[in-house]
Design a protein around this ligand. Sequence first.
Ligand code: UDP
Length: 315
Amino acid sequence: MKKEKVVITGGAGFIGSHLTEHFLSEGHQVVCVDNLLTGDTRNIENFKSHPQFEFVQHNVCDHIDIPGSVDSVLHFASPASPVDYLKFPIQTLKVGALGTHNALGFAKAKKATFLLASTSEVYGDPLIHPQKEDYWGNVNPIGPRGVYDEAKRFAEAITLAYQRTHKMDVKIVRIFNTYGPRMRLEDGRAIPNFISQALKREPLTTYGDGSQTRSFCYISDLVRGIVSLLNSVHHGPVNIGNPNEMTILELAKTIIKLTGSHSSVEFKPLPQDDPKVRQPDITRARKLLNWEPSVPLEKGLKDTIDYFKTVTASK
Ligand code: UDP
């Protein structure tokens, strides 16, 4: 196997750190670039002494300069939880726009393959269900989620413009809800919120009546999908997610059961523009990448709960 040098922006984040771990375990060299706005050095603590690993604290909205040859640039830098991008709206727009532009320019200069972390949010509050890659979406550009959705839609557009103009090798992964160890306990998303509330015996804050749906993919399945896409010849967007759809209320009850908690469910107002349904159509990933998720929800949740228990215990 050819040993490569991979640059991962957002490498200290949840998904970025799992990708870092994967590439190091395969013998590749990894440069992780992160400004630590929502990333955390604790996610990469275990790799710091690895001879093939380098951490560069840098905001990719500024020019990226890493000496030497680079084979792949994986652009994962961005706030990604609704709570985070509401807290950092301008940073979210900038990293999706300026950050993606810089990461593309950097990949072009290095003649590297470029992979963009896009999102199911490009489909907005979808009117087509499940979501296929050829659906253009239903996004409110001026709503609170617009800062993330439009930044990622711009990021996809500029990525394909670079591909068409400069004949670059690019890939776009549309990531659906993903969970697992190294999510931040306080990142505001449903799974970390529910697990930390269940572990503290607090009520699980279910927004709206909990009838909105999501489909949750375990991190190891996502990483496998991203790696297959990186090694494939396909430029266009590919959904990677788990089609196992459920209501948020069902998720809350599953987490109460798995933690053995006595927590109740508490209903809170639904945030504006919260998508009512979400489920990836993964026909394209199945066909092009021969990929599908394999980790059942209960198994993935148990491992995530164990992780959150150790993090809570060490606080
Ligand atoms: N949600 C909830 N309680 C929480 C956090 C989230 O009911 O404490 C809901 C949220 O309104 C949404 C779903 O869970 O309908 C998934 O939210 P998340 O923030 O995980 O990600 P999203 O899919 O909205 O990007």
